[in-house]
Design a protein around this ligand. Structure first.
Ligand code: GDP
Length: 298
């Protein structure tokens, strides 16, 4: 992830090294090179434009200040703007005043929702919470079994459909899951929902119905970082269809170019909260924009 972008950017900075003073021509060339690097990394065009405008404005300030060692200054500016585009501060989960806190996962099939449900549950358990996983993905064959497996691996309980729990009706399962959590004193409920291979009206309606039934504190949009430019249209569809207040990026261990990661915050206005970096339940962490920016800059 980000290797090509990192290489490209380090090439841009190398071109600036050894310069005593920065000229307008240097700024133009540098911005052009950064623009190409971002486009090659599949960053969405509006994001690239906004990013380059900020870099240009600030780099022009470096010319005016006649600062020595302009390469260092530009690296600092690019770093700060990368942190900003990735969301600035880390956003933490919001917990309900009256438990349980309901966290709903939404996203396309294969994005990594079910795996994430297990990861998030394990992580929350490590923080002293008592999460319950609720299997409201009744679309994909095996999704319920898969959730039961990750629940077992994480050592957390799974609420799954069975007679009386709303067999075949994901909304009823979600509602019954939250009721079950209240009785059994689970302080957090994680609701896994069904995706489709592409954005689909039925899927979106089902997500809306589940949302309205369980009124989550957090709706997390789960996004496969490998999908590139498509991420933007999918994210917009989920934002407009069901709405979400946080993003989880999955498959950051893959060799994606990084465009989804760099675009999603700017495009949706919602922060990236967690990152998934592998198939094992422990391959998961809070997303830190500053650390990610440092990784990109190498
Ligand atoms: P869902 O359809 O959204 O519930 O997606 P799944 O949780 O079933 O994940 C789809 C596939 O992606 C599975 O094979 C997972 O093992 C895999 N997967 C999920 N998260 C990650 C990740 O962060 N990295 C990698 N390499 N694979 C992942």
């Amino acid at each position: 992830m980000f290797e090509t972008l990192s290489d490209r950017l380090s090439g841009v900075f190398t071109n600036l090294r050894g310069k005593g003073r920065l000229t307008p021509a240097d700024v133009d060339r540098t911005c052009r090179e950064i623009r190409v690097a971002l486009l090659e990394a599949d960053v969405a065009l509006p994001v690239v434009r906004a990013f380059i405008a900020r870099i240009k404005e600030r780099a022009n300030g470096v010319i005016v200040s006649a600062a020595l060692n302009p390469a260092q200054q530009i690296i600092k500016i690019v770093n700060e703007e990368l942190v900003a585009i990735l969301g600035g501060e880390t956003r933490r989960l919001t917990y309900a005043k009256n438990p349980p806190t309901v966290i709903m996962l939404a996203g396309l099939q294969g994005a990594g929702k079910t795996t994430l449900a297990g990861k998030l549950a394990l992580w929350l358990k490590g923080q002293g919470h008592t999460p319950l996983l609720v299997a409201s993905d009744l679309q994909r064959p095996n999704a319920v079994t898969q959730l039961q497996i990750v629940g077992e691996q994480a050592g957390v309980q799974v609420f799954a459909p069975e007679p009386g729990n709303g067999v075949g009706d994901p909304v009823a399962v979600a509602r019954a899951g939250v009721a079950h959590a209240k009785v059994r004193l689970h302080d957090i409920v994680i609701v896994d929902t069904a995706g489709r291979l592409g954005v689909d009206a039925d899927m979106m309606q089902q997500a809306v119905d589940i949302r309205d039934a369980v009124q989550p504190q957090e709706i997390l949009f789960v996004l496969d970082a490998m999908v590139g430019q498509d991420a933007v249209t999918t994210a917009e569809a989920f934002r407009d269809g069901v709405g979400f207040n946080g993003v989880v990026l999955t498959k950051l261990d893959g060799d994606a170019r990084g465009g989804a990661a760099l675009s999603v915050r700017h495009v949706t206005g919602q922060p990236i909260m967690f990152a998934s970096t592998g198939e094992k339940l422990a391959d998961f962490d809070v997303f830190h924009p500053d650390r990610m920016a440092s990784r990109i800059l190498g």
